[in-house]
Design a protein around this ligand. Structure first.
Ligand SMILES: [Zn+2]
Length: 369
């Protein structure tokens, strides 16, 4: 039993790579403009794995440990002074990145930070959401309809593809005519699957490409929303592209840098390739540079990187999840294949689990279902 002013949290220490531990945090009262959120569950992803291994991230200044977690669902349990728009009991999620003082951040787009000195809760310089309770300023809190509780941890990963598609739509304002009809999603991890659902919800003909042969949980989800799953063990990306009409959009979320160049090679004329994989390591390769360049120039093709997400991507993600539930009730929730408690071996929880798509850590918050 923790005291009223301390909470249990899941943490890592930079000097202990590969280990996750439970810690106790002093828990402040919400100040003016702040809300206290009692955490229901937190999603885990590849970023958490890299953090635990000590490959990325750093604790807040003055702290020897970092609380993990950046995909949160919780309920408002206290409101500070001058809080408007939130009340006790509201289901919410929280934005991850906090601005620094660069011109892009000051202009309200910390996801477009120029100097990359931003902080990210649960990743870089700020504690995350894997705690019994968190306190957050209302400007970073996003309201979620109650009936989306079981899928609210998917909002943050969904914002990654919301931003990707929004970037493509902004870029395509260069065209007098753009009909987003055919798309490739490369990679069938959580981001690729959420990208598949998002594009299908917009009526796009989607082909989702991954290594693993079907059937598997990802291929079943892809088929359930009317997209086509293609295993590169059975058909290469080039072979697939040869059978398709002009590929208008590619979301590259495979996590493999070699696939980036394969994707460039099959992008259709006037198309957009959005790169979403933060690939680690230092791999090098030979590419047909002249051919790729000629194809990009002659076909007016755009290759763009996209990271994180803005506020509108969070609100759009909430709207998209509502649309997913209308189109395919319960399908998004089926992505959550493994549930852990904060006391479990969370290094294992963040690994490749058999039949696993997405794992969550369940806290004993209110409204647990
Ligand atoms: Zn900045």
């Amino acid at each position: 039993m923790t005291s009223r002013h301390s909470v249990r949290a899941v943490a890592i220490s930079p000097n202990r790579p590969g280990e996750v531990h439970l810690t106790t945090l002093d828990h402040p009262e919400p100040g003016p403009g702040e809300v206290e959120i009692t955490v229901i569950r937190v999603g885990v992803c590849g970023t958490d794995r890299e953090l635990i291994r000590g490959e990325i991230g750093h604790p807040p200044a003055g702290s020897s440990e970092l609380i993990l977690g950046h995909e949160v669902a919780g309920r408002v349990s206290k409101v500070g002074a001058r809080v408007a728009g939130f009340k006790v009991g509201d289901l919410v999620t929280v934005m991850v990145r906090r601005p620094d003082d660069c011109p892009a951040c000051v202009a309200g787009q910390p996801d477009m930070c120029l100097d990359r000195n931003y902080t990210e809760r649960g990743i870089a310089g700020a504690h995350g959401f894997m705690a019994e309770k968190i306190v957050e300023h209302q400007q970073w809190v996003i309201a979620v309809p109650d009936y989306l509780e079981s899928v609210a941890t998917l909002i943050e990963p969904l914002t990654v593809v919301e931003k990707a598609v929004r970037q493509a739509e902004l870029i395509q304002r260069r065209l007098n005519y753009w009909n987003l009809r055919t798309a490739l999603v490369v990679g069938a991890g959580p981001i690729g699957l959420l990208g598949t659902l998002l594009l299908r919800s917009k009526g796009v003909d989607v082909h989702t490409v991954a290594r693993t042969r079907s059937p598997n949980p990802a291929s079943e989800l892809v088929a359930s929303c009317g997209a086509t799953y293609v295993s590169t063990n059975e058909q290469s990306i080039a072979e697939l592209a040869a059978m398709l009409p002009n590929i208008d959009l590619i979301l590259e979320c495979s996590g493999a840098s070699s696939v980036v160049f394969e994707s460039m090679g099959v992008l259709g004329n006037n198309g957009v390739l959005v790169l979403l994989s933060l690939t680690g390591g230092h791999s090098t390769m030979e590419v047909p540079a002249a051919e790729i360049n000629r194809s990009l120039v002659a076909g007016n093709k755009v290759v763009v990187g996209s990271v994180n997400a803005g506020r509108e991507d969070f609100t759009n993600a909430v709207d998209s999840l509502e649309r997913f539930e209308e189109l395919w009730p319960g399908l998004a929730a089926s992505m959550i294949t493994h549930r852990f408690s904060p006391n479990d071996d969370l290094f294992a929880a963040t690994g490749d689990l058999p039949g696993g798509i997405k794992s969550v850590i369940e806290f004993e918050g209110p409204g647990r279902s």
